[in-house]
Ligand binder design. Structure first.
Ligand code: ADP
Ligand code: MG
Length: 388
């Protein structure tokens, strides 16, 4: 069957659509050995119109959002996702069987926190799946995170299910590092079982870089890392920033705009207030590279040291200055930097492929959370299905 995976991440930069063909293999539901086999057919990216992006960012940061606007945004995103999938399918002349749509996260708080006398972990992805199903005429799996949270997990990360299939090695441990708005990693020891996977958010990916570049230079991101390349990263400031409680928190841990959004950027700029503008961008870029390496040293290499490769995906892979900094951080750890493109998946397509895969598993009524990654007490079949 052919499944379209649809992702729009916390950067709110746009929509990624991946068309994935799954081999028709009969697998017992209880079977642990046979993995789904798939091929990526095509990938397309659709930037959000500036007004839509602004609305999404405002809604995520809002203390008070109007309920009517939230309802409208839900249906508007449903239309935009459907259009993106329709364009991709017709451009590549593909007839779809199923869609897996992550939706746009408006709020995610994976750790239970007191609320009206109960402790609740909550999450909210928007983008009406009924609209997508109706426009495209195929079923849609959406809203993947709540089932994992109902099983006691943090609802994230969910991409390790794909990472495990793609990168589990016989002889070397590999770290899959996605750098979207947030940076998250999946560490897979050689010959690992799913229980041995370590996955968590290391901290900011592009989110702080984007915000700083926007505030200082009026651009939405630092294309190819050109601005950062003209500045010097201030390591004294980075050491200070890494003292924040988030970076010491043990995994499983998750982050989003709640941790590294508007408020954090205000604090970051305060810490950097005496530095020249290009240095501030270089420092934001180095904070991402340094916090990734730091997280690996603290939480990954202590348990097992045979990691030799890091495989990068996400928009951050396009930031050359960030990649150069990361390469330098990994050298003393004897970890080589590679890209998901080498494994047949373009860096910017990986998360969309992951949601095609998760939708496929749900359609087959198979669980696809990795309890070791999310902290869930049990495997769970993820998502809800909307029929056309
Ligand atoms: N050519 C590029 N140079 C530098 N950064 C880039 C480039 N292309 C994309 N990015 C960064 O990647 C981000 C989008 O990455 P993405 O993986 O889509 O994140 P998310 O999953 O949060 O939407 C952009 O906001 C930008 O910061
Ligand atoms: Mg994106």
């Amino acid at each position: 069957m052919i499944v379209a995976g649809v992702m729009s991440g916390t950067s709110a930069d746009g929509i990624n659509v991946a068309l994935v063909r799954f081999a028709n293999v009969k697998r017992a539901r209880s079977s642990k050995t046979s993995a789904p086999r798939f091929t990526l057919l095509a990938h397309e990216e659709f930037p959000f119109p500036a007004r839509v992006r602004r609305l999404i960012l405002e809604t995520m940061n809002a203390e008070l959002a109007r309920v009517a606007d939230l309802a409208r945004l839900n249906f508007l995103l449903g239309e935009l996702y459907a259009e993106a999938v329709a364009k991709t399918a017709s451009k590549h002349r593909v007839k779809l069987d199923l869609v897996g749509c992550h939706g746009q996260t408006l709020y995610h708080q994976g750790t239970p926190t007191p609320f009206l006398g109960r402790k609740l972990a909550v999450t909210w992805q928007t983008g009406e799946a009924a609209i997508i199903a109706s426009r495209l005429g195929v079923p849609v799996v959406s809203d993947f995170r709540p089932a994992d949270m109902a099983a006691g997990g943090k609802g994230a990360p969910l991409v390790p299910f794909l990472d495990y299939l793609l990168y589990r090695g016989q002889h070397v441990g590999r770290i899959a590092q996605n750098i979207g708005g947030i940076a998250n990693l999946t560490a897979i020891p050689a010959r690992a079982t799913p229980r041995q996977i370590i996955a968590f958010d290391s901290g900011p990916g592009n989110m702080v870089i984007d915000a700083v570049v926007e505030q200082i230079f009026g651009k939405s991101y630092d294309r190819d890392g050109k601005i950062a390349a003209t500045g010097n990263a201030r390591s004294d400031l980075i050491e200070q920033l890494l003292k924040a409680p988030f970076f010491r928190q043990r995994p499983p841990r998750t982050a989003g705009r709640e941790e590294f959004g508007h408020e954090y950027v205000g604090q970051f700029l305060q810490v950097c207030r005496n530095a020249p503008n290009p240095d501030i961008v270089a420092t934001a870029t180095a904070l991402t590279a340094r916090s990734i390496a730091d997280a690996i040293q603290r939480f990954v290499l202590r348990k097992q040291s045979n990691y030799r490769e890091m495989i990068v995906s996400g928009g951050g892979a396009k930031n050359r200055t960030l990649m150069a900094m990361l390469r330098r951080e990994l050298e003393p750890l004897q970890i080589q930097l590679r890209f998901s493109d080498d494994f047949g998946i373009p860096a910017e397509a990986k998360e969309a492929v992951a949601f095609a895969l998760l939708a496929h598993e749900t359609w087959q009524r198979r669980p696809s959370n990795i309890p070791a990654a999310t902290g869930a007490k049990r495997p769970a079949i993820l998502g809800k299905i909307s029929y056309a």
